[in-house]
Design a protein around this ligand. Structure first.
Ligand SMILES: *Cc1c(COP(=O)(O)O)cnc(C)c1O
Length: 231
């Protein structure tokens, strides 16, 4: 497939123009998670009005504040590091937790999902970047957790795929290599049990992520404009 995508780097356009520009570039079958962190409810309503239903937030407090104010058919994804003691605040409504980076966390999500009589979708976040600041499971740890899951642990969890973030660098070869590392693991685990989601790619690197096999991308600033502070 020949994909020719351009990143929308400049937010001089309106939210609507940004959103339509991104949507029109996405190949069929690639899901868009609109990352609304730091942006107000009014901006989310605007993007919702354009048809978007999947939104990503990185903080428990922020998503629990926004959730009651917005339509109930929004599927909320948590994409930021999650502390085990905060799982209980989102377990009743979160659709997918993309940032599962420890066994302790997956156990806690499973427990809280059971209490709420529901199944929570999770992605295993795998560390593919070289930066220490980016969290995630080592590849071997992701394999082990997936095996436990296949053995019937975590009854109230559905592992739907993998998530990863590439290093923040200009080096396109490095970014490609990191994304391909995650794609390889995805293909391997997908042989054991069908997975739906390979979540990789953000505003600056989503065209490369899609080239490398991503079928879900997490886009914030290219839709909503730049955030006031970097998170
Ligand atoms: C903020 C964030 C994004 C979106 O970043 P943009 O560069 O604004 O598109 C994607 N994924 C994660 C995990 C994030 O924290």
């Amino acid at each position: 497939m020949n994909i020719n995508l351009k990143t929308t780097k400049f937010a001089a356009m309106s939210i609507q123009e940004n959103y339509n520009a991104i949507k029109s570039q996405l190949p069929y079958g690639v899901e868009l998670v609109a990352v609304s962190k730091t942006h107000p409810v009014s901006a989310i309503q605007e993007v919702y009005g354009l048809g978007q239903r999947v939104f990503g937030e990185n903080k428990v407090q922020e998503v629990t504040e926004k959730y009651p104010l917005l339509p109930k058919d929004i599927r909320w994804h948590l994409i930021g590091h999650l502390q085990t003691n905060k799982v209980k605040y989102i377990a009743g409504f979160i659709d997918t937790i993309q940032s599962v980076d420890s066994e302790k966390l997956i156990r806690e999500i499973n427990k809280e999902a059971a209490k709420n009589n529901r199944t929570i979708n999770v992605l295993l976040q795998v560390k593919i970047a070289e930066e220490e600041s980016k969290s995630g499971l080592e590849i071997s740890e992701a394999r082990e957790l997936f095996e436990q899951y296949l053995n019937g642990e975590f009854k109230n969890i559905c592992i739907t795929g993998l998530m990863g973030m590439a290093t923040f660098t200009e080096d396109q070869d490095q970014i490609r290599e990191e994304f391909l590392t995650l794609k390889k693991l995805f293909d391997e685990l997908n042989q054991l049990k069908k997975l739906e989601t390979l979540s990789m790619g953000m505003s600056d690197d989503f065209p490369m992520a899609i080239e490398c096999g991503a079928n879900s991308i997490r886009i914030g600033s290219a839709i909503f404009g730049r955030r006031d502070y970097s998170q």
